[in-house]
Design a protein around this ligand. Sequence first.
Ligand code: ZN
Length: 129
Amino acid sequence: MTTPHAVTELPQWRQVEGHFRQVPYFLTREMMGGLPFEIAGGHIGDLVGKPVAEPHVHDVDEIYLLLSPEPGAAVIDVELNDAPGVTYRSPAAILVPAGVKHRFVTRQASQGSYCFGIFVLESRPGATP
Ligand code: ZN
């Protein structure tokens, strides 16, 4: 291969169960000849106190990846199975196992803060059943 395989028409918007609006996807399983993961999500700088979804469930693992220009500038509460949210500061990667009801709520986020959901479509080698 001499040229990179690039996808530039991004994001791809999809309806996802439990979400209030269409969700921006940056990588999907159909891209680049088939990928074992998908990445969705985006900028959260204007989403403080505004959840993007009702608590919902996936049949695959999801990893929240929380990023911001400066460490600590993004803060989310992750709610699992209706328990009170657990607070995480950027940078952070948080595993939501398949079948667990979840959502995140942004508590603080500077401009340039992002939260992505990485959907792991194939079983992880180190996963405990
Ligand atoms: Zn989710």
